[in-house]
Design a protein around this ligand. Structure first.
Ligand code: PAF
Length: 279
């Protein structure tokens, strides 16, 4: 496995792969890798001749400086895991390598078609602009045949699919199911910031989401939304930022439970966790 830190070296390796007509899989990550990332990487390794994984904590998608600073980073450990999974190339650039100072300081413009007006988009203004900015750059550099994203960040997946449509990238986006601990807790790099006690508390989030599936026969969408928010807020140490049941494609409020997904963001102590459940 080769670790690449410059765009030039990346482009050279991509050109060599293309010349040999190898299919390329890309797994974009921000590092602090866990079994959820490993599941994406395994899919890429088995579905393509060559796999590139990017490890880059993208500053332009953070609207909270403290969150950016505290984001866990451990390239050495990530590289060990990626080598054991059969990855060919890791791309780990610095922010200066990825962005000009101007790009770093201006908000990237993209027409989200309403996908960013709800949930994460509403709570974290500019977040998805930064995601589209970095992922479009990675797609241009790596020119992957397939790119792999987790369904835990469901709204991000929808935004990326739209970006591919609008920008005419010739790449297949592969959405991969959430990986959970045996307790039900959705795997997340942010879980590293939870104490053992907070982790126990956070388990309630998925349990309540799963339980809410039992209510869809007898209750309306609005009633289930209120029920979930109330149940989670009742758990000492958890505070809901939003819970919305939306259409799985448009992400607009769902009129009923067919083709609906419930997306939640919860603060567990200082750590912001997200999860979702399909109805
Ligand atoms: O999901 C993530 O880790 C990031 O948002 C991504 C897609 C790697 C872009 O920085």
């Amino acid at each position: 496995m080769q670790i690449i830190t410059t765009r030039q070296a990346l482009s050279d390796q991509v050109a060599a792969c293309k010349q040999k007509q190898k299919t390329i899989g890309l797994v974009p990550t921000m590092g602090a890798l866990h079994e959820g990332h490993a599941s994406l990487v395994r899919k890429s390794v088995s579905g393509n001749n060559v796999t590139f994984v990017s490890v880059f904590v993208n500053p332009t998608q953070f609207n909270n400086k403290e969150d950016l600073e505290k984001y866990p980073r451990n390239l050495e450990r990530d590289a060990d895991l990626l080598a054991s999974l059969g990855v060919d190339y890791v791309f780990a650039p610095t922010p200066e390598e990825m962005y000009t100072p101007e790009e770093m300081n201006t908000v990237f413009n993209f027409d989200f078609g309403g996908l960013d007006s709800v949930m994460e988009g509403k709570m974290r203004p500019g977040h998805f602009n930064g995601v589209v900015q970095v992922v479009s750059k990675l797609f241009r550099l790596v020119q992957p045949d397939r790119a792999y994203f987790g369904e835990k960040d469901y709204q991000q997946l929808a935004v990326i699919r739209r970006m591919v449509d609008i920008m005419h990238f010739n790449v297949q986006i592969v959405g991969c199911p959430i990986v959970r601990e045996a307790s039900g807790l959705a795997l997340s790099s942010r879980n590293e910031r939870l104490s053992a006690e907070e982790k126990q508390t956070a388990v309630n989030i998925s349990h309540i989401l799963f339980e809410s599936r039992q209510l869809t026969q007898s209750q309306t969408v609005a009633q289930v939304e209120s029920w979930v928010i109330e149940q989670i807020n009742r758990v000492p140490g958890l505070t809901v930022e939003y819970y919305q049941i939306v259409d799985q494609t448009t992400l607009q409020p769902a009129p009923d439970f067919s083709h609906a997904i419930g997306c939640v963001t919860v603060y567990c102590g200082p750590v912001r966790l997200i999860d979702n459940v399909k109805y």
